[in-house]
Design a protein around this ligand. Structure first.
Ligand code: COA
Length: 258
């Protein structure tokens, strides 16, 4: 259990707070481990009626820790990557999940929203999927779920260009439920979580399971993960990670594809 994830259960609402604000809540292997444990446990804990995910600091999350990507790229990654367990837990979760998003939601910060059931965005929220900019591929079954949600044309543009999507557009495109004022985000998210917690939990979880093809999502995640792993060790990805560490723009013009 890392201190960079805070977990609180009050009145049936399990609040998970990403709490690594100095690094923009970038997600480490240890954080994924705690997230996986927490969601797996919530699924079997009768006291948890709804999960609420939020982030501390000035953004929801900057996505996967790029330093850890760089370590994997040179064969120095962790022996077990907990991200897979986290993704499977998300795919299989039948407990309703509410997300409260402010500032940037990068990479996994956006793709995890495709597994949440009620997404509330603050005015300043921006959804960003820079997988191609990092020479990677989409994960979290987003290569299937995002085109399904917003159509191929928009999904291709989001993935290929990595430009931020503003909160109003995200709602208009069906990626989120509602935009609210920044200072109302936690209040409104909590209110919605409490409303959901008051519903019959068995009915809600049965409904959610019917709405999602969990096994198919897991298969898609595993297919993506194999490709993701391959891309992580490519020369293109090494250039992208080096550029991030050196705070410069990557130059892919002279890099081989492999
Ligand atoms: N992994 C590791 N560290 C990260 C990080 C990430 N994904 N995102 C931010 N950080 C770190 C920065 O390196 C910096 O650390 P330092 O203070 O030790 O130099 C600190 O968090 C603050 O980040 P900074 O870039 O100064 O903040 P910003 O507000 O100017 O920009 C972002 C925020 C999110 C736009 C920018 O940090 C960014 O592009 N991060 C990478 C996002 C990404 O590609 N994620 C992977 C998706 S698959």
């Amino acid at each position: 259990m890392t201190p960079e994830i805070h977990v609180d259960l009050t009145d049936g609402v399990l609040t998970i707070t990403l709490a690594r604000p100095d690094k923009k809540n970038a997600l480490t292997n240890e954080m994924y481990g705690t997230l996986a444990d927490t969601i797996e446990k919530a699924e079997h804990d009768g006291d948890v009626r709804v999960v609420l995910v939020q982030g501390d600091g000035d953004m929801f999350t900057a996505g996967n820790d790029v330093g850890e990507f760089a370590a994997i790229a040179v064969g120095k990654g962790p022996s077990e990557r907990h991200v897979h367990r986290f993704l499977h837990a998300l795919a299989k979760a039948t407990v309703p999940i509410v997300a409260a998003v402010h500032g940037k939601a990068v990479g996994m910060g956006t793709t995890m929203l495709l597994h949440c059931d009620y997404v509330l965005l603050a005015q300043d929220a921006q959804l960003i999927t820079p997988f191609v900019n990092l020479a990677l591929v989409p994960e979290a079954a987003s290569s299937y779920l995002l085109p399904l949600r917003i159509g191929h044309a928009r999904a291709f543009e989001m993935f290929a260009m990595g430009d931020p999507l503003d909160a109003q557009t995200a709602v208009a495109w069906g990626m989120a439920n509602k935009v609210c004022a920044n200072d109302q985000l936690r209040i409104e998210a909590r209110q919605m979580a409490e409303r959901i917690a008051a519903k019959p939990a068995g009915s809600l979880s049965a409904m959610k399971a019917l709405m999602r093809q969990a096994e198919m999502l897991v298969t898609q995640m595993d297919t993506e993960s194999a490709k993701f792993q391959e891309r992580l060790t490519s020369a293109e990805a090494r250039e992208a990670f080096a550029a991030f560490a050196e705070k410069r723009k990557p130059d892919f013009s002279k890099v081989s594809q492999h």
